[in-house]
Write a protein that binds this ligand. Structure first.
Ligand code: NAD
Ligand code: AHE
Ligand code: ZN
Length: 375
């Protein structure tokens, strides 16, 4: 297949909110600096649902969504040295080129090399897509497009991992689990003995809980309006639960009262701007830090009284938990293999690529953390 167009199955999003269509898609060979990957397993993340909803300013249609996956390199373009056919890989929507101003800063995991192309659904080289259906180009998504049996990614967007690692599990290390763990370890840098509040107990929020427990946090308070989340969250380290619906007072006040003036760290894992405000305002005066993890829709804005910051609270955000993708995703795979981090516990459903519309319905149902699709 090397150097040839591959025709394979992929789920195409033709329009916002319209069911995805399983199509025969032509996938062009990788050009210089590109890698064609056979995707074996992909999970769904709420960010896929968000873009599909039409509320993502970077959402383009028709496109192939998907960014939490694992597979095997099928072929590589000219000049690609760090991976070769047969390597087991995780596509990384947050690239790591190790050469750009961002990568060299030592201050961020964001990479600037290809972001301009991935944000508009094309490849860097010729500003074109490698996907088409009967000659019509289909946009890429987040530089990954994993809802396809084959995809083409930039070489700076693939992490080579231990070939012994089960791909049907480690696919989750493409997004949600690292995001939550890294929000705690890299962005907030939670210390032992801290009090932590987590808004939203989906996969990302539970990974925050797991990370906070590992960091030695004392109180880990989970906040969700869906009480079904509570039982499961205990296994991930949540020590107390608050359902905002049980309280008349604003939720930030409830938390401040519970914690002698506020929490040391809070995490917004929903994507709701009014909860982002509550998450900041439940932080302790003088030092409390709030991390925005949730992705809010186009047009939404955050607000608070500047006095909240003047009096020492800190507002931060995180992308992919601050992990440098190509360097650190393989390390997270190793941690999973050594049973130092969970993955299996986040997988509540397994389906096939052709059932992807059903998988999106499950994702909105509340019982589902991650649904892994066999591609
Ligand atoms: P999810 O939908 O599984 O989890 C959200 C949880 O929030 C659910 O349990 C839901 O019941 C709860 N919730 C909804 N409204 C609430 C409210 N008003 N008060 C309290 N709880 C409420 O989603 P997820 O997959 O865990 O992702 C969470 C968010 O993180 C999404 O916005 C996603 O796009 C974003 N995300 C960001 C990054 C990043 O790099 N920053 C990475 C992955 C996901
Ligand atoms: N296109 C969206 C931005 C979405 C967003 O913030 N994405 C996160 C990852 S979410 C993964 O589930 C991210 O990494 N952002 C940093 C980046 O470079 O995109 C919008 O709203 O414009
Ligand atoms: Zn995601």
């Amino acid at each position: 297949t090397q150097g040839k167009v591959i025709t394979c199955k992929a789920a195409v999003a033709y329009e916002a909110n319209k069911p995805l269509v399983i199509e025969d898609v032509e996938v062009a060979p990788p050009q210089a600096g590109e890698v064609r990957v056979q995707i074996l397993f992909t999970a769904l993340c709420h960010t896929d649902a968000y873009t599909w909803s039409g509320k993502d300013p970077e959402g383009l249609f028709p496109c192939i969504l998907g960014h939490e996956a694992a597979g095997i390199v099928e072929s590589v373009g000219e000049g690609v040295t760090e991976v070769q056919p047969g390597d087991h890989v995780i596509p990384c929507y947050q690239a790591e080129c190790r050469e750009c101003k961002f990568c060299k800063s030592g201050k961020t995991n964001l990479c600037g090399k290809i972001r301009g192309a991935t944000g508009v659904g094309i490849m860097m080289n010729d500003r074109k897509s490698r996907f088409s259906v009967k000659g019509t180009p289909i946009y890429h998504f987040m530089g990954t497009s994993t809802f396809s049996q084959y995809t083409v990614v930039h070489d700076v967007s693939v992490a080579k991992i231990d070939p012994q690692a089960p791909l049907e599990k480690v696919c989750l290390l493409g997004c949600g689990v690292p995001t939550g763990l890294g929000a705690v370890w890299n962005t907030a840098k939670v210390e032992p003995g801290s009090n932590v509040a987590i808004f939203g107990l989906g996969t990302v929020g539970l990974a925050v809980a797991e990370g906070a427990k590992a960091a030695g946090a004392t109180r880990i308070i989970g906040i969700d309006i869906d009480t079904r989340k509570f039982d499961r969250a205990k296994e991930f380290g949540v020590t107390e639960f608050v359902n905002p619906k049980d309280h008349e007072k604003p939720i930030q006040q409830v938390l401040v009262d519970m914690t002698d003036g506020g929490v040391d760290y809070s995490f917004e894992c929903i994507g709701n701007v009014s909860i982002m405000r509550a998450a900041l305002e439940c932080c302790h005066k003088g030092w409390g830090t709030s991390v925005i993890v949730g992705v809010a829709a186009s047009g939404q804005e955050i607000s608070t009284r500047p006095f909240q910051l003047v009096t020492g609270r800190v507002w931060k955000g995180t992308a992919f938990g601050g992990f440098k993708s190509r360097t650190q995703v393989p390390q997270l795979v190793d941690k999973y293999m050594k049973k130092e981090i969970k993955i299996d516990e986040y997988i509540t459903h397994k389906l096939k690529l052709e059932d992807i519309n059903q998988a999106f319905e499950l994702l909105h149902g509340g019982d589902c953390l991650r649904c892994v699709l066999e591609v």
